[in-house]
Design a protein around this ligand. Structure first.
Ligand code: AMP
Length: 171
């Protein structure tokens, strides 16, 4: 597999002290790297007949949209609270300090659809677990989870033990 880590810029203490922010804009800004990363995901899922790629707000949308186009699938957004205008399901989950809410439209895809989840980064897995929960409410069939960057020390994948996670860069 291609080494994409050279295109990830690390910013210490952003957005707050103690966090090393993984900045994906150098990868997005390099046409070859962006293309290759999208193609690696597409290669993994192209024989799965995916109906919908679900992207997680906000950086997940970038790869999810490119991948949906590449796979001939629908694109579905999972958004942070207060952004979706129509009937929705919501799930609230705990953060280190406080909580967050994610939402999906109730008519996002038909029951039984083959769904691929896509996000830029897996840290503690809280956002991903809440997103899985939303898709389960809609009775989607989760075929896989595609992640650009996985922070393995945080064991985020343990939050969704029933599903296969494919990550392109591991730290
Ligand atoms: P979590 O719910 O802890 O797995 O966090 C996942 C979301 O937070 C991802 O969608 C990222 O966009 C963002 N995030 C968490 N940690 C980082 C980090 N070190 N660098 C960049 N984004 C992060």
């Amino acid at each position: 597999m291609h080494d994409f880590s050279q295109f990830i810029r690390e910013i210490p203490d952003f957005p707050k002290a103690g966090i090393i922010f993984k900045d994906i804009t150098p990868l997005l800004g390099n046409p070859t790297a962006f293309h290759k990363a999208t193609d690696e995901f597409a290669r993994r899922y192209k024989s799965e007949a995916i109906d919908a790629v679900v992207g997680i707000d906000a950086r997940g949308f970038i790869f999810a949209a490119a991948l949906a186009y590449r796979l001939g699938a629908a694109f579905v957004p999972i958004r942070k609270s207060g952004k979706l205008p129509f009937d929705k399901y919501e799930v609230t989950y705990d953060l280190e300090y406080g909580s967050d809410t994610v939402a999906i439209h109730r008519d996002a895809f038909p029951k039984g659809s083959k769904v691929l989840i896509c996000d830029d980064l897996l840290a503690t897995g809280g956002t991903l677990a809440a997103s899985v929960n939303l898709i389960e409410k809609l009775e989607g069939n989760i075929v896989g989870i595609a992640i650009l960057i996985e922070l393995t020390e945080l064991n985020g994948r343990e939050q969704v033990p029933d599903y296969d996670i494919f990550s392109l860069i591991k730290y």
